[in-house]
Design a protein around this ligand. Sequence first.
Ligand SMILES: CC(C)(COP(=O)(O)OP(=O)(O)OC[C@H]1O[C@@H](n2cnc3c(N)ncnc32)[C@H](O)[C@@H]1OP(=O)(O)O)[C@@H](O)C(=O)NCCC(=O)NCCS
Length: 164
Amino acid sequence: MKNIVIRSAEEKDLPAINDILNYAIEHTNYNLNEHTRSFKEAQQWYAEHMAEDYPVIVAEKEGIVVGWASLSWFRRFSGYRTTAEVSVYVSHQYRHKGIGTMLVTELERMAKKYHILIAVITDNNTASLSLHSRCGFIPMCTFRELAYKNGEYVSVTFMTKKLN
Ligand SMILES: CC(C)(COP(=O)(O)OP(=O)(O)OC[C@H]1O[C@@H](n2cnc3c(N)ncnc32)[C@H](O)[C@@H]1OP(=O)(O)O)[C@@H](O)C(=O)NCCC(=O)NCCS
């Protein structure tokens, strides 16, 4: 897709970032939260990422934020500091146009200090499984019925990419 700019997120992008996330929470089980994220929680999430040097980036088209991605702590144990978890979300009107691939590619460029990137993907999320495969992630294991949302158990696949 033309005219997409990928850049670091700023505080002013948080309403758009949060709308895109909350759409996925409300309409899918791809994100396993059952309640949408408040703006205050989004501010806290962003502040934590900035304080701990985890990147948050956005895809912008003609001034509108149409997607975002971040790296986050995988688990908050110090021994996991060489691993970062990828999150990537594209506004539903702009999917399947290459924006997710652009975001993950840029995140990877910013991720040089990590050894492993990990994506935690619900097993029915074909788009995310394809996106991460396309970006060189390998499915490592699937945990059957690991989570529960919208009245059903959800299986979850861990995909990783070794960077160095
Ligand atoms: C997953 C997501 C980020 C992909 O973003 P995107 O901009 O549509 O991805 P791209 O256009 O770069 O496509 C990447 C790959 O996914 C495939 N893909 C995209 N949408 C798809 C769909 N609806 N069904 C099947 N494959 C799909 C593309 O075909 C492409 O693979 P290919 O090169 O082998 O054809 C997007 O669908 C999304 O935001 N989903 C909801 C949130 C989410 O699930 N986030 C990930 C949580 S782990």
